[in-house]
Design a binder for this molecule. Structure first.
Ligand code: SAM
Length: 223
């Protein structure tokens, strides 16, 4: 992986300026910018040439991956991006920025709540999914598995999925949620293809050291 760091940070800076203010009641807690560069480049590499759905993306990782490619900071990236999010401000901000990238990459955004059934048009429609769901400290990880199941429903039989969730070996709840998420993914026909532990930090005043991992799942059987 080789790219110009200054150009990359300036690209991500464009995305950050476009984002609405995070709302804690919507579990929006934004990732720190250097970690966004790392995650966006990784997403662009894993999903190179693929149709990708982001189930929730306040951080703007989808736009970041697309913008890095559109600005020729990197030479790879998704073929198309679809965002599903229940916050109209996020949907509108992605549409607005996506229009500027339209000549180079197709970006669409739809209002959708994970608690509702997935609309038929999205079933099996994508090659890959990306989720950074509410991390499930207070619900035993159910919010993570709910997002995982929607991502899985939205993708085809050979899909890849990136799951970004809390990962701190000293916090038992994060390890239990990580274990249960991997168990559910295996039930859904996936294997863990790659695990990048304790990778990202967030603008989270009450837990500034809490990190998330990026876990890549690959579907090996249709359930
Ligand atoms: C849950 S937050 C996770 C933290 C992440 N760093 C962020 O701030 O984007 C990720 C995205 O999921 C969206 N979201 C939260 N609950 C949702 C739900 N029930 N259905 C759809 N999107 C949801 C939020 O609006 C946000 O954009």
């Amino acid at each position: 992986m080789k790219f110009d760091l200054r150009n990359a940070i300036n690209s991500i800076s464009d995305v950050v300026m476009n984002r609405p203010a995070p709302l804690r009641e919507f579990d929006q807690i934004y990732m720190k910018v250097a970690d966004m560069v790392i995650q966006a480049e990784y997403v662009a590499r894993v999903f190179d040439g693929k149709k990708v759905v982001f189930v929730g993306d306040g951080d703007g990782i989808a736009l970041s991956a697309a913008h890095l490619k559109a600005q020729d900071v990197i030479s790879y990236g998704p073929k198309s991006i679809t965002l599903l999010d229940f916050d109209e401000r996020i949907v509108n901000s992605v549409r607005r920025f996506g229009e500027k990238l339209a000549p180079k990459i197709e970006i669409t955004a739809h209002l959708y709540n994970v608690a509702d059934p997935l609309p038929a048009e999205h079933f099996g429609a994508y090659d890959g999914f990306h989720i950074n769901p509410p991390w499930g400290a207070s619900n035993g990880g159910q919010s993570v598995t709910a997002f995982l199941e929607r991502g899985s429903q939205a993708t085809n039989e050979r899909s890849l999925g990136i799951v970004v969730i809390a990962d701190d070996p000293d916090l038992p709840w994060t390890q239990e949620v990580l274990r249960d998420t991997q168990l559910r993914a295996i039930e859904l026909g996936y294997v863990v293809s790659e695990m990048l532990p304790q990778l990202h930090l967030y603008h989270l005043d009450d837990a500034p050291d809490l990190r998330s991992c990026s876990c890549l799942f690959r579907r090996v059987s249709q359930v």
